[in-house]
Write a protein that binds this ligand. Structure first.
Ligand code: NAD
Length: 374
């Protein structure tokens, strides 16, 4: 039997607790040998909760002391480039959380370093491994809605964002991006899957919460080279349950995907409908059982994603979501910020990375602080 892939889990916050932690024992051929986190408390919790044998405060120390084949990097986005480059220098394969990095330039450096090292570089677009999303891909391939004409995406937060996430690093200037960078990276990747590459972007952003330094709201229109337009929207003022929703409009039908994203475990597949003739609604939601442990073991998107990563490492194969797919998304994200900064439609490929720090410093919060203190 082949030796297991020895993995270091780097950044042990939300992503370990809510996304990967529960499914790690189900992944065949994977051995989590160490956790790395700059926070002592996060590290202690990771070791205690997930039975990870060793903990380190820095990646370098971990790689000096442990035999590590691969790293899952789930640290904040501003640390992605530095950590992914350190792995390439040590010949360590990487599964890198989305968004791949803050700018296309950072992505280029990561891609070049891993290419030179001959290591696998996969970007963690787990929705590509989601059961409902795979069902959508099959419907599209079968021609269930004919040619794709338009795509609409909404990611709305029920109360205000501060009630959902403390801002911490997500709200800070050094991320060079807020909700568009964070959630938009998923919806842009899906739009790439469903409609091909983006050729131009028009966008506007707002900060609706004064303690955030980057956008909390976005309205973005992407025109794809195929002629399809995809729109991507997020508000933190939904005043209802959180919602993640996609509509794919085709010549002969509309696909609707909905997830009540208050539940992040994703053991329940997305609601999936096919609408026709303005009145017929076919239910295509994959069947699922009430045994969520078994659901996670068989279909969990993070489990299937990790299975794929392990297989690519073992076979030296190019992953389904390589660095190039992460870069393509980051380029669209950056084009959105440039479009808002310059008040114009921005064509791709981008000729240069925008000055994101300047853009966010100029973006002013819409509501006064007293709104949030009350
Ligand atoms: N695909 C998904 O479903 C999903 C879900 C959540 C988060 N994410 C992604 O995972 C990443 C982390 O997000 P999160 O919500 O877990 O954040 P988080 O703040 O909850 O956790 C990040 C952890 O990284 C640690 N850290 C910071 N700098 C570090 C460094 N240089 N080395 C090692 N550890 C470091 C922090 O102490 C913290 O414990 C982001 O890229 C985010 O977009 C993806």
């Amino acid at each position: 039997m082949a030796a297991p892939v020895r993995l270091a889990f780097v950044g042990c916050g939300h992503c370990l607790k809510v996304s990967f932690g529960a499914v790690l024992p189900f992944v065949e051929g994977l051995e989590v040998v160490a956790a790395v986190d700059s926070s002592e408390a996060a590290l202690a919790e990771a070791l205690d909760q997930y039975g990870i044998p060793k903990g380190y405060r820095t990646l370098e120390e971990c790689l000096d002391r442990e035999q590590v084949d691969a790293a899952l990097i789930a640290a904040p986005v501003f640390a992605h480039a530095e950590l992914a480059l350190a792995c390439a220098r040590r010949g360590v394969h990487v599964l890198l959380e989305k968004p791949m990095a803050r700018t296309p330039d950072e992505c280029d450096q990561i891609i070049a370093a891993h290419r030179q090292a001959g290591t696998v570089l996969m970007v963690a677009f787990m929705k590509r491994f989601n059961r409902s999303m795979l069902q959508v891909a099959q419907l599209l391939e079968e021609g269930a809605i004919g040619q794709v004409m338009a795509i609409r995406h909404n990611w709305d937060w029920g109360g205000n964002e501060s009630a959902t996430f403390a801002p911490q690093w997500r709200g800070q200037l050094r991320t060079w991006g807020g909700h568009w960078q964070d959630h938009g990276s998923h919806s842009v990747d899906l739009a790439h899957w469903w409609a091909g590459p983006v050729s131009s972007v028009m966008a506007s952003f707002e900060i609706s919460e004064p303690h955030w330094e980057v956008e909390t709201e976005y309205n973005v229109i992407c025109t794809h080279a195929s002629g399809v337009r995809s729109t991507h929207q997020c508000t933190t003022f939904a005043h209802r349950e959180n919602e993640e929703r996609y509509l794919i409009f085709g010549e002969t039908g509309t696909i609707e995907l909905r997830h009540a994203s208050g539940v992040w475990q994703y053991t329940t597949p997305y609601e999936l409908y096919l609408h026709r003739y303005g009145r017929l609604r076919e239910n295509h939601q994959p069947p699922f059982s009430a045994n969520w442990l078994e659901e996670g073991r068989q279909f969990g998107q993070y489990k299937v994603e990790l299975d794929h990563f392990v297989e690519c490492v073992r076979q030296g194969r190019q992953p389904l979501t390589p660095g190039e797919s992460g870069r393509a998304v980051v380029e669209v994200i950056a084009a959105g910020y440039l479009s808002a900064q310059e008040g114009r439609e921005v064509r791709l490929p981008l000729e240069q990375s925008p000055d994101l720090e300047r853009f966010f410093r100029a973006l002013r919060p819409r509501l006064p602080p007293r709104y949030w203190q009350g």
